[in-house]
Write a new protein. Structure first.
Length: 132
């Protein structure tokens, strides 16, 4: 037969184990919530990047169409071969895949990094002005 003291000790141990299990479950739930938040942030960043890339490609196509008439007119007037070279750089320095191809058509040595750097610094300058 168990004494009253032994029963109390066992009950206290059971209560402590229950409390520890509840604490562990709370910690696991918090970790799961943090992981879900991180996944949501990553998804948002990916969506933003996709939107930026789509906008750059769209603007590139718009510029080619916009200057198509001018290209045709210059070809007729001066009897020369012309080509539109769109230089579209997103606010974060994003360029299209075809940008390097277009730049390689320009005579001389051109680095893609320079316009990207200039654009990114310009964006940073605008943000500094707006946020201060």
């Amino acid at each position: 037969m168990m004494t009253t003291m032994t029963k109390m000790m066992m009950m206290m141990m059971m209560m402590m184990m229950t409390m520890m299990m509840m604490m562990m479950m709370t910690i696991i739930i918090i970790i799961i919530i943090i992981i879900i938040i991180i996944i949501i942030i990553i998804i948002i960043i990916i969506i933003i990047i996709i939107i930026i890339i789509i906008n750059v490609i769209k603007k590139e196509a718009e510029k080619i169409l916009k200057y198509k008439d001018l290209t045709t007119e210059i070809q007729c007037m001066w009897n020369v071969k012309t080509k539109v070279i769109p230089v579209i750089i997103g606010a974060t320095g994003t360029i299209s895949k075809s940008f390097r191809k277009y730049v390689s058509n320009i005579p001389g040595n051109h680095e893609v990094k320079e316009p990207q750097k200039t654009d990114t610094l310009g964006t940073a300058h605008i943000l500094r002005k707006v946020l201060t």
